[in-house]
Ligand binder design. Structure first.
Ligand code: NAD
Ligand code: UD1
Length: 356
């Protein structure tokens, strides 16, 4: 058991990581400014972990031990970071760094905001880690680094060639982490390159809750299924893929969360190192595959319209998951049907997400 700081722990991926890491026996401090999330997500994380507490914590287990704490604050602010590193008497043994901005289109319109949060926030966090003697970090990187991939499935050795400011900011943080690892012995760093995280905890109590019109396929389709949107627009039906629609590697968010647990276990067990691994299933599914799987889960037809390709999209991105299997002893266990069943459990029980 370790005491962990989870930045962005109220977000989609962070909240699911919290559930998996609590289950693995860790004590957690979450630092989040709720820029793109709700405190309700953390309250539900505590509930799923069988913990008791006030609306904003701290949350305790049945023996009275504090297992989950919230520090409401900004990862760019040294004082907020100091509060997060000192709130637990045991200190912080390792960090899972999920806080960041992630909307590709927004990053094109507001690059400075993206660089400030994604790179600036990571720099401030690494400085705070040095101040507090913590040298272990798992970073939320992205398959967006591979841009238009030259080979599929994509190995970690593929060229880093991001095509938008969001991707550039992730590539920059990966570089900073490599430089930090090279600068001083003792750093334990995992750069986890997520493919397409989707679905929700099987309880349907936590899930993805995007603001406004979703940019990504899975939340958009979920909102069509629950009647919040009329029809899905499928971006392109003339891609060089089996059915003409785009192919992606969709990974159940609980498999992804388990990948963080596995990465932390590996980092804490082995000698200090810089680990870089894809988190994906190695399986590609087309947009139409996802539509049909979701129809089976929700029990009704989902209207869609075939429209032009979306600028910036690739035909196919699928992970080579071999390294994660070899180094982390981790692989995905949940299918596309599981993803849709659990995603529907969340969306149908929470048609407006965490909102009223
Ligand atoms: P999310 O927006 O749901 O979660 C991010 C969390 O960070 C939110 O709770 C938000 O409030 C918080 N946050 C943002 N700025 C902050 C700041 N300055 N200080 C403190 N907290 C801040 O996004 P997510 O889908 O959970 O993504 C988590 C991480 O994974 C991000 O770094 C994202 O770039 C990366 N990632 C996500 C995907 C994906 O498809 N969801 C894919 C690849 C990589
Ligand atoms: C997007 C991001 C990528 C990020 C990834 C994380 C863009 C351009 N890329 O990737 O940087 O790392 O999310 O999960 O935003 N689709 C539709 N209709 C829709 C939405 C999507 O047909 O309304 C199609 C897309 O064309 C694509 C597939 O569905 O073929 C998946 O799209 P999406 O969920 O947006 O993910 P990515 O494009 O893979």
């Amino acid at each position: 058991m370790a005491h962990l700081l989870i930045t962005g722990g109220a977000g989609f991926i962070g909240s699911h990581c919290c559930v998996a890491l609590l289950e693995a026996g860790h004590g957690l401090v979450v630092l989040d400014n709720f820029d793109n999330s709700s405190p309700e997500a953390l309250r539900r994380v505590a509930e799923l972990g069988g913990l008791q507490g006030e609306a904003r914590g701290p949350w305790r287990d049945g023996h009275g031990a504090v297992r989950l704490q919230l520090v409401e604050g900004d990862v760019r602010c040294a004082d907020d970071l100091d509060a997060a590193f000192t709130t637990s008497p045991e200190g912080i043994g390792a960090v899972v760094h999920c806080a960041g901005l992630k909307a590709v289109g927004e990053s094109v319109a507001e690059p400075l905001r993206y660089w400030d949060t994604n790179l600036g926030g990571s720099l401030r966090l690494l400085e705070a880690m040095r101040r507090h003697g913590c040298r272990t970090i798992v970073f939320s990187s992205s398959a967006t680094l591979y841009g238009y991939p030259d080979t599929v499935p994509i190995p970690e050795t593929a060229p880093i060639q991001p095509i938008n400011p969001y991707g550039h900011s992730k590539a920059a943080v990966e570089q900073v982490l490599a430089d930090v690892a090279a600068s001083e012995a003792g750093w334990r760093i995992a750069r986890l390159r997520y493919f397409n995280p989707v679905g929700s905890h099987p309880s349907g109590r936590i899930g993805e809750d995007p603001e406004g019109i979703p940019n990504n396929l899975f939340p958009y389709l979920s909102q069509v299924a629950v009647g919040r949107r009329q029809a899905l627009h499928i971006f392109g039906s003339d891609w060089p893929t089996p059915d003409g629609t785009g192919v992606r590697d969709y990974i159940h968010v609980m498999d992804l969360a388990d990948g963080h647990r596995a990465a932390l276990d590996t980092l804490l067990r082995e000698e200090p190192q810089l680990l870089t691994v894809n988190l994906g299933s190695g399986q590609g599914h087309s947009v139409l595959d996802v539509v049909h799987a979701f129809e089976a889960a929700c029990g009704h037809r989902l209207p869609y319209e075939l429209v032009d390709r979306r600028p910036g999209d690739a035909a196919t991105t699928v992970a080579d998951p071999g390294l994660a299997s070899a180094r982390l002893d981790w692989r995905t266990r949940r299918s596309l049907a599981d993803i849709c069943r659990d995603g529907w459990a969340w969306q149908s029980a929470n048609p407006r997400g965490y909102g009223p």
